[in-house]
Design a protein around this ligand. Structure first.
Ligand code: TXA
Ligand code: MG
Length: 354
């Protein structure tokens, strides 16, 4: 397939590009486009056949449901059967924005989009290019992250091109995204809202509005044992090894002095045995590592900078051809919870306490 690649500037919208993308979606094709979190791979979410093409392009397991993206609150009526009170409060505050809510679905939403579930995940993004493409298509757009299944999510168009060129009808290049990790997913179908995937909207921000919420244990678990072998995460996608770089990633947790020392020791050992080492450091520590390819992910003074740097770094290490990657850990609260959740999964739960 020949993939059309066109630029779209959120500050200066080219309506021809938007309408071209909208028309492709409308006729059942695939378009990758930017959102404020990560790039999405979109298809008409109300058309089972169109949605099935997403699974093929990504190599995604068919039981992993898709998020429907809307550009107007009125579109919600056509896809969900009821809107609980807590959801209304959250929507009021965080939509449009990096929050996905799981509702009971209307029968018009095909099971091919929801992975066979009777619930549907909905997001109202704030990125102008995403909003305009959804409006132009006139349908809710089903869009997972625009990466090959298992690879880090794309935060710029070159990442999408790497994974999707030749597999989709169009890639809309809107530059680098602002947030860099996927939306917070909150299930509002139960008595108490439950966070299924952490993101930029933190637990604290949610609780401030709706009181105490639950958090799925796959989010907080530090070991595979804590989750338990037969536990089914509420967000099916959370069970897959995700965001994984090609090289084995290990994280080192503890006092930062000990972490730097241990990573230095192991990197020397690995270098001496002929292995190429990558190190995920921060602005604060990057000059303290003596071996390997040291990359700064961002500054500890601004967690958002770390979130933004995360997926790009994991992809960069793939092209740098390193054999092993060593990483520092980050505070496990607020946005740090989302960062650590992604990194722990990328590391396949390999965390060493030092
Ligand atoms: O920021 C984002 O959410 C990005 C951008 C493109 O909007 N999208 C994204 O989609 O991250 P994806 O497909 O990579 O992740 C969707 C997650 C998966 O873990 C999936 O299992 C979960 O949402 N999910 C979707 N529908 C669900 C449902 N009805 N119930 C529970 N989890 C659901
Ligand atoms: Mg994804």
């Amino acid at each position: 397939m020949n993939t059309i690649i066109k630029k779209a500037d959120a500050e200066n919208i080219n309506i021809d590009v938007i309408n071209e993308a909208g028309a492709i979606i409308k006729r059942g094709g695939l378009v990758a486009f930017p959102t404020e979190t990560v790039y999405g791979l979109g298809a008409n979410g109300m058309d089972e056949e169109a949605a099935s093409k997403i699974y093929a392009a990504k190599g995604r397991p068919s039981d992993n449901p898709l998020i429907l993206h809307i550009s107007d609150i009125k579109m919600l009526d056509g896809i969900v059967s009821d809107v609980p009170e807590a959801a209304k409060v959250l929507m009021d505050k965080f939509w449009p924005g990096p929050m996905t809510l799981v509702f009971r679905k209307r029968k018009e939403v095909p099971y091919g989009t929801t992975g066979g579930l009777d619930t549907v995940a909905v997001r109202f993004p704030s990125h102008k290019v995403a909003l305009d493409i959804i409006s132009s298509s006139g349908v809710p757009i089903a869009a997972p992250s625009a990466n090959t299944s298992g690879r880090p999510s794309p935060t710029k168009a070159s990442h999408v091109i790497e994974d999707m060129d030749g597999k989709v009808d169009m890639i809309v290049d809107g530059g680098e995204v602002g947030i860099g990790i996927e939306s917070t997913i909150i299930d509002v179908t139960g008595d108490v809202p439950m966070i299924l995937r952490p993101g930029y909207i933190t637990k604290g921000m949610v609780e401030e509005l709706v009181g105490p919420v639950l958090v799925d244990k796959v989010v907080t678990a530090k070991t595979v044992e804590e989750i338990g072998g037969d536990y089914k995460p509420k967000a099916p996608g959370m069970k897959y090894r995700h965001y994984a770089p090609k090289a084995e990633l290990t994280m080192f947790d503890g006092n930062i002095e000990n972490v730097v020392e241990e990573i230095n020791r192991l990197s020397k050992e690995a270098s001496d045995s002929g292995k190429s080492v990558g190190i995920i450091a921060t602005e604060e520590t990057k000059d303290r590592y003596n071996f390997g390819k040291v990359v700064s992910i961002g500054t500890r003074k601004d967690e958002a900078s770390i979130a933004r740097g995360l997926y790009g770094i994991l992809r960069d290490f793939d092209t740098m051809d390193v054999d092993v990657i060593y990483s520092e850990t980050f505070y496990d609260d607020d946005l740090g919870q989302a960062i650590m959740n992604r990194l722990i999964k990328a590391a396949g739960y390999r965390i060493v306490n030092v």
